[in-house]
Design a protein around this ligand. Sequence first.
Ligand SMILES: NC(=O)c1ccc[n+]([C@@H]2O[C@H](COP(=O)([O-])OP(=O)(O)OC[C@H]3O[C@@H](n4cnc5c(N)ncnc54)[C@H](OP(=O)(O)O)[C@@H]3O)[C@@H](O)[C@H]2O)c1
Length: 235
Amino acid sequence: MSVFRAWPDDLVDLYPRRAEPTLRVNFIASVDGAATIDGLSAGLQGPGDKEIFDSLRMVCDALIVGAGTLRQEGYDALRLTPEARAWRKDRDLPDFPLMVVVSRSLELDPEQLVFSDAPIRPIVLTHRQAVPGRLTEVADVIAVGDGEIDLAAGIAALHARGATQLLCEGGPALFGSLIARDLVTELCLTVAPLLVGGGPGRIATGAPSIAREMSLRHVLSREDMLFLRYERQGS
Ligand SMILES: NC(=O)c1ccc[n+]([C@@H]2O[C@H](COP(=O)([O-])OP(=O)(O)OC[C@H]3O[C@@H](n4cnc5c(N)ncnc54)[C@H](OP(=O)(O)O)[C@@H]3O)[C@@H](O)[C@H]2O)c1
């Protein structure tokens, strides 16, 4: 485990791509455990967190997000800076990661920029009974599971498309389901120096699950924020 007292120049090297498939999850929470302020994560964020957020996007093959977060945070098309695209090109990676949205209801707006302005066609993961409608005009809809999304099969479908380095940006309901199925290999957690009090929920919600052991890989700090990287034990 490494503790960095100064902000590293080579930040991205602390979030390596791996030889094997991985599911990395990125979240921010206040010191008292709130996942949002006024319904969004923006009030918790800071510059260090933004740098890590961008680095994680740069290194992944696919970015997975739950439909709740997509709707509430108003996701735009997944774009990267020219520098990030150059970094990817140097490593023979496609210009942009795949955008993957997880939705049971498919109550998604095809006009939302994440779909209508996407540089590459996004994927929507759903179950076999869901009715895609107009979404098929703007996304590849992959149906896995009957009545409920089979998340393990969904992840296997991404692997089959060559996307093995997966980044999930939440939200809490999706994270809770991924934990329940023991699909998470890594958690990058930013702790924001705020006491938010009661009201907002935690970063994982849903049915209770078995506790999964994690190992701390590094600790970074900047402007009173903590940046922690944990890996699932044995991964
Ligand atoms: N602090 C942070 O870092 C952070 C990160 C992300 C989000 N957030 C906050 O979290 C809030 C959204 O929370 P949320 O829990 O509603 O969002 P979510 O986990 O992004 O989305 C939940 C939705 O995902 C879909 N889903 C499909 N299969 C699922 C499964 N097996 N388990 C769980 N969800 C599944 C469903 O979509 P359908 O309804 O379409 O069926 C479900 O309603 C927002 O306020 C956002 O700002 C905070």
